[in-house]
Design a protein around this ligand. Sequence first.
Ligand SMILES: *[C@@H]1O[C@H](CO)[C@@H](O)[C@H](O)[C@H]1NC(C)=O
Ligand SMILES: *[C@@H]1O[C@H](CO)[C@@H](O)[C@H](O)[C@H]1NC(C)=O
Ligand SMILES: *[C@@H]1O[C@H](CO)[C@@H](O)[C@H](O)[C@H]1NC(C)=O
Ligand SMILES: *[C@@H]1O[C@H](CO)[C@@H](O)[C@H](O)[C@H]1NC(C)=O
Ligand SMILES: *[C@@H]1O[C@H](CO)[C@@H](O)[C@H](O)[C@H]1NC(C)=O
Ligand SMILES: *[C@@H]1O[C@H](CO)[C@@H](O)[C@H](O)[C@H]1NC(C)=O
Length: 777
Amino acid sequence: MIRCLLFISLLIHSSLAAKPPNAGQKAAPQAQGPPSKKWQTLTGQQPLVIARGGLSGLFPEASIPANDLAKTLSLPGSAFFCNLQLSKDNVGICLSNILLDNTTTISTFFPNGQKTYNVNGKDIRGWFALDFTADELLANVSLTQNIYSRPSQFDGMMPIATVEDVLETKPNKFWLNVPYDSFYNQHKISMVSFVEKAVKFAPIPYISSPEIGFLKAIGGKVNKMKTKLIFQFLYPEETEPTTKEKYSALVKQLGMIKSVAAGILVPKEYIWPVNKNNYLEAATTLVNDAHKEGLEVHASGFANDVILPYNYSFDPTSEYLQFVDNSQFSVDGVLTDFPPTASEAIACFTQDKNGTKPKKGFPLIITRNGASGIYPGSTDLAYKQAVDDEADIIDCSVQMSSDGVAFCLDTIDLNSGTNALSQFMTNSDTIPELQAEAGVFSFQLSWSDIQSLKPQIQSPYGTKEKIVRNPANKDVGKLVTLKEFLEFAKKNAVTGILINIENAAYLASKAGLDIVGAVSSALSNATLDKQSTQQVLIKSDDTSVLSKFKDANNYKRVFNIKEKISDAPKESVAEIKKYADAVIVTKDSIVKITDYFISGTTNVVDEMKAANISVYAHWMKNEFVSLMFDYFSDPITEIASYAQGFQVDGIVTDFPGTASKYMRSPCTDMDPKANIPYAILPVEPGSLSSLIAPEAMSPAQAPSPALQTSQVVDPPLPEVVKKKDSSSGPSSNSGKSDSGSKSPPAPSTSDEKSSAFANGASWCASLVAMKVLLLAN
Ligand SMILES: *[C@@H]1O[C@H](CO)[C@@H](O)[C@H](O)[C@H]1NC(C)=O
Ligand SMILES: *[C@@H]1O[C@H](CO)[C@@H](O)[C@H](O)[C@H]1NC(C)=O
Ligand SMILES: *[C@@H]1O[C@H](CO)[C@@H](O)[C@H](O)[C@H]1NC(C)=O
Ligand SMILES: *[C@@H]1O[C@H](CO)[C@@H](O)[C@H](O)[C@H]1NC(C)=O
Ligand SMILES: *[C@@H]1O[C@H](CO)[C@@H](O)[C@H](O)[C@H]1NC(C)=O
Ligand SMILES: *[C@@H]1O[C@H](CO)[C@@H](O)[C@H](O)[C@H]1NC(C)=O
């Protein structure tokens, strides 16, 4: 039953993917159409996308859905990579790990089946394919994901794939990797004779192995015009079983390798080494050296859900570009668990400037504190980066110093975004009206004190997931005043600016600071109030603040809805309409999420748009932990989904460069007549979650509430009290605020994965589901 559903849904997905009718033309991009890109590969052809076990970043390796989805969403001509293991009775299966218990449920069905074997000099204990017949492996055992950042909900649903199963799905190109030839030989099972038969049964354009002995043995038995033999390098310190030399020594013997192989497959660090601090070092000469010998070079180890070197700013497409589109060389292929990401990088983002186009008709790219994914937020460097990255709207969240200087910083608490806690610890204060935790508040320090602070890069997942943003940029740049920000925006002719105003009531009544007045006069001093070339967006969570800007016709007012909402009823929208032209809503107010799968969409975007209110989605990040499984851990897919699928008018992001890379690429045109090199498709909400057995999903949670009119209405702003003297701020005990400001901002984390996604509970749930399914079969 579940398998039926699976296929139906995959069919739907395939037909969607097939929509651009140029699918047939895509295979030969060099043959026709405008400028064919010259690649620095060995042959000059476009690099090959090689899918390790299909889309194994999502579905278990080599399963039919992994294979089908990889075929549907990869560039035409991509290869399917199968790691060969053999059963006791010589049936080939595709699994990377020699231990079957690692990626299957075998230990449940054969609890006593584990053995210890010496594999290439190391004793390993577990379940080995060669101890079981194909019948035993295929009857009851099923596949599981063994990487914790990948969904476990498909565990126990899909049988192990045989080589034959995969060939029947007619992969574009089949790549057979033979990792353990000498081990199998010791146990009287011949990989060579299996492969010899396989090449007669179906075309196999690539056969690879980390064992020179195997390549030599198979060399005389395949037609080298039809099958390329590739030598696979393992990690440098490992020993090659035939020559007993380390791979680090063999990499210096490319001439010898050329005598047994047409190419090499190397871990990507052989090409771009990564140092212990997780930065890329200069490239080795391996690709050019190998090309000189006439060897193809394929790089392995690509995945979206790993911690990439900092140089890539968490954008997996940047990593592929480093390998295929640098000025020195291009590898001939990339072996990846996420073939759609490799495909879009190669087809859409390579630096052929003729291919890029002006960003037209796409949602606005609105920064969150400038390019705060790359530099400390709200600094000169973050804003400069945002302009370089072609953001449309750069933003300043305005804060006030005790002496009335308006400047840009994420929050009123200097602790988030600067080193205030270490410099001004004694000023730490608890003000429940502003936030629950203690803080060092901007309006309690003078601007000269604030200027002495060092900005700090913010890592949303730093403590929880240990994914920190570039430490080299940890405390660079300087904070800017609102005045400097406006001058910068004018000088660089950005499309627009967004000014965020929070805590206005508190600042007026308790600190004697007029933030609204400061913003108004700064805008008019910069003559931004009397022009229409640059958009001015005023954002606030307080409708009374927005109403202060009512008369400025050329300002667009943006109401910030911080809470997650499930619906925006007519009355609440009508109330918003009185104050605002646009809203900012959280991403999970737009989509419904269950266990990091997108199960559907809400009506919020439609309801707002029906009232001519623009919708901006908050907030996009590149880190894979922020992404639902449907996006394949690819930030580009999330952006494409909000832009083309959920039809928002703007996205708020820490990484404007990633958004503009997508929006300016030649691959965004959804018109079937457009001859695009590759379609970057938005996700189909529910297409993956519908494949999952209900028992494998968490119980449905109570839906988040609909937006209430009372959440929109705010009391009028209080008078600005007279300041006692400019150097001392208000005391925290100065009585209860009557500011009426809504509940203090709680960081929204509900839409983000945490390490909990790998917790034992879901593994158990999957095992239960598996049994149910198998009983049903
Ligand atoms: C880009 O287009 C221009 C004019 O059409 C052409 O002269 C140039 O060779 C093209 N560049 C590339 C890299 O294709
Ligand atoms: C599977 O093997 C990998 C390495 O080969 C290891 O990191 C992982 O923890 C293993 N997973 C399980 C479930 O045993
Ligand atoms: C599969 O499971 C069924 C039911 O538990 C059992 O009868 C059958 O022998 C198993 N098949 C194999 C090949 O182990
Ligand atoms: C990666 O970033 C580090 C630190 O900024 C820099 O020193 C290094 O040159 C970069 N590597 C490459 C290959 O650009
Ligand atoms: C605006 O300009 C006037 C006159 O130059 C100046 O007094 C005032 O401080 C300026 N206001 C801001 C917010 O820059
Ligand atoms: C929608 O709002 C824009 C301003 O944001 C205005 O120019 C336009 O006329 C409005 N359209 C309708 C149908 O109300």
